[in-house]
Design a binder for this molecule. Structure first.
Ligand SMILES: *Cc1c(COP(=O)(O)O)cnc(C)c1O
Length: 355
């Protein structure tokens, strides 16, 4: 079977070597030496500052909303993973969906202003498949209306836009280091904050709101991550360049082979680097998509309707809404297998079946 994704695993011995240190120190979690080392190394690798390693990408989103004191309406995208929407609702805020752009598949910045009300406090947008949103336009709108900007950058590890890390945009950016993501620590997440005060607040919030060991300065939660997860993150960090190269080669093979067919691919931000996190294609219609999935399945190949359905018409705790572009794209988009262990022969087979 060819799955749609397979988590990267480093040579076992390299992970084991870091575990030896954990056994010697008997320090398993709570901002241990490996977690701190991972934060430092990631900041260097990504050229970012104010970075926290947290439990997962979802809690990173929840902490972001909490740290910015968001309690009202949050403008967001219906075309994302459920965590983008659920974290807004979980924090007691109200998601206000805005349709997406048919080329980038990100929130359509030109439609944001029409959705702003007196209760709007923030924009929470996803860099879908790692493709940067129109970060400049979104910031202009936010400045004009005094709104906070949070980016769900769960897919965007390693992407640069206008020569800077994508994680530098917005008041807060979050990333997921889940096993299925491009770069992972089994479970894990990152939060990057622009403002030093917000960063300190997030740091305290991650650890129950403790100020020292006998006082509290924030409403906090347990957003810490363990030494075992940090060890996986540190080991995998030695392989990110190799992973990047391999995914690039596979992506180029798909691009080359899929030329003759009538689907299209999202248009990447013209000032951004690629991270090859996913290989989405948009078929002509849903019938073609179902036919394609069936054909692949018959050949033991798994592709994933990601994201489907649209978040605006599928979650039971929100009223159902339709959005022209998001609904149409969600019905027609599919992500093809893309992972480190996939080989070019397998990609050729997938191309042949689709064509
Ligand atoms: C994976 C993902 C998340 C959630 O991250 P976890 O680490 O699994 O909690 C949030 N948003 C998007 C867009 C994702 O793909």
């Amino acid at each position: 079977m060819i799955p749609v994704t397979k988590p990267f695993l480093p040579p076992q011995q390299e992970y084991q070597d870091l575990l030896d240190g954990i056994w010697q120190r008997q320090w398993l979690t709570n901002m241990g030496p490996l977690a701190n080392e991972l934060e430092e190394k990631l900041q260097k690798h990504l050229s970012v500052s104010n970075t926290l390693f947290v439990t997962n990408g979802t809690i990173a989103l929840q902490m972001a909303l909490k740290a910015l004191n968001i309690t009202g309406e949050v403008i967001t995208t219906p075309f994302s993973f459920i965590a983008t929407t659920s974290s807004i609702v979980w924090e007691g805020c109200t998601p206000v969906f805005v349709d997406i752009d048919a080329q980038s598949l990100n929130i359509d910045a030109d439609k944001i202003e029409a959705a702003i009300t007196s209760k709007t406090q923030a924009i929470l947008a996803t860099h879908v498949y790692g493709n940067p949103c129109d970060v400049e336009k979104i910031q202009q709108i936010a400045d004009k209306h005094n709104l906070k900007v949070i980016y769900d950058a769960a897919h965007a590890f390693g992407v640069k836009v206008h020569g800077r890390s994508i994680f530098e945009y917005g008041d807060i950016s979050t990333c997921s280091l889940h096993a299925t993501k491009l770069y992972h620590s089994i479970e894990g997440g990152l939060i990057m904050a622009k403002d030093e005060t917000i960063f300190k607040k997030l740091k305290s919030m991650r650890n129950f709101g403790f100020a020292g060991s006998e006082a509290f300065d924030e409403l906090g939660i347990n957003g810490k991550n363990s030494e075992f997860h940090a060890a996986m993150g540190l080991t995998n960090l030695n392989y990110v360049d190799k992973i990047h190269q391999k995914r690039k080669a596979l992506t180029e093979a798909y691009d080359k082979g899929l030329t003759g067919f009538t689907a299209y691919k999202p248009q990447w931000h013209s000032k951004a680097t690629l991270n090859y996190a996913y290989y989405p294609i948009i078929l002509k219609n849903e019938e073609m998509l179902l036919k394609t999935l069936k054909k692949l399945k018959e050949n033991n190949i798994q592709a994933r309707r990601y994201f489907y359905p649209s978040l605006a018409n599928s979650v039971p705790y929100l009223r159902t809404q339709s959005f022209k572009v998001a609904d149409a794209i969600a019905k027609r988009v599919v992500c093809l297998p893309l992972y480190y262990d996939l080989d070019e022969g397998e990609v050729e087979k997938i191309i042949g079946l689709i064509n």
